[in-house]
Design a protein. Structure first.
Length: 104
């Protein structure tokens, strides 16, 4: 099977974008975990939204910071529920979460 140069470039771009997205998602989760640790292990979704709203006007026009700064409540809730499924957080009932004891 032969791949043309243009198909190879498209494939490489897609792999790089997916890798960058995974890294970015992990960075967001790390920030949420650190915030929970700073707050004694307890946090609510609004804490995360308020924390990330400080990134809304990035000095260097970083698109990642712009995205995080405009993150909606529902997006933050989705990420935090993923963190529960991944074992980083516990809870989630009525949008209240705790940092898993292994990460405190």
């Amino acid at each position: 099977m032969r791949i043309t140069r243009s198909k190879l470039k498209r494939l490489l771009r897609r792999v790089i974008m997916e890798s960058n997205t995974d890294n970015f998602y992990g960075e967001i989760q790390n920030e949420i975990l650190a915030l929970g640790q700073q707050q004694g292990g307890e946090l609510v979704v609004q804490d995360v939204v308020d924390y990330f709203s400080g990134y809304a006007d990035p000095v260097d026009d970083n698109p990642k910071a712009g995205y995080v700064g405009s993150m909606s409540y529902e997006e933050a809730l989705t990420i935090m529920n993923d963190m529960v499924n991944g074992g980083l957080l516990t809870g989630g009932y009525e949008d209240f979460f705790d940092v898993h004891p292994d990460y405190m």
